[in-house]
Design a protein around this ligand. Structure first.
Ligand code: FES
Ligand code: FES
Length: 174
């Protein structure tokens, strides 16, 4: 049995007819063609499928698509903008933080959620934010360094955009 689900994905309102049992990951990959989020373990263990719903990381492989109905979903495809790659993506390249790359989309989205909360994360906060994301290749150190580097880049961009202001303002990067 199929039904129509409506989501906002990376800022666009999307509708798809999907089987009632579909997960959010299946909907993104097989109904909407967004294959950046990876289908790794498919049982909630590896974090390769991590996306954000209303700004919070979720494992899309174990999230029924109906839980995302009417909500804001951000996938790795939504990180870059017309201006270019997101600082996280630049920093991952700069620091050599991706090898095979299978874990990278989930790690980028988890790190993105952290950097929406703070641009001065401690190493412990970075580790904690990525504790649900497994990487078989890198040993994690370069990943942590890349997230710290991205935070610096974003903080520098904020300072350049408005050096005088001490009040809340729109972030330079989403
Ligand atoms: S694919 Fe979802 S946690 Fe592994
Ligand atoms: S870069 Fe290969 S699993 Fe992380």
């Amino acid at each position: 049995m199929h039904a129509i689900v409506t989501l906002t994905v990376n800022g666009d309102r999307r509708q798809a007819g999907v089987p009632m049992h579909y997960t959010l990951l299946e909907t993104l990959r097989y109904a909407l063609g967004l294959t950046g989020s990876k289908q790794g373990c498919d049982k909630g263990d590896c974090g390769a499928c991590t996306v954000l719903i209303d700004g919070e990381p979720v494992l899309s492989c174990i999230t029924p698509v109906w839980e995302a109905e009417g909500r804001e979903v951000l996938t790795v495809e939504g990180l870059a903008s017309a201006a270019g790659p997101h600082p996280l993506q630049e920093a991952f390249g700069e620091c050599g933080a991706a090898q095979c790359g299978f874990c990278t989309p989930g790690i980028l989205t988890s790190a993105y959620a952290l950097l929406q909360k703070t641009l001065t994360p401690t190493r412990a906060e970075i580790r904690e934010s990525l504790s649900g994301n497994l990487c078989r290749c890198t040993g994690y150190t370069k990943i942590y360094e890349a997230v710290a580097r991205a935070a610096e880049m974003m903080a520098e961009a904020e300072a350049v955009s408005d050096p005088e202001s001490t009040t809340e303002r729109e972030p330079v990067y989403r």
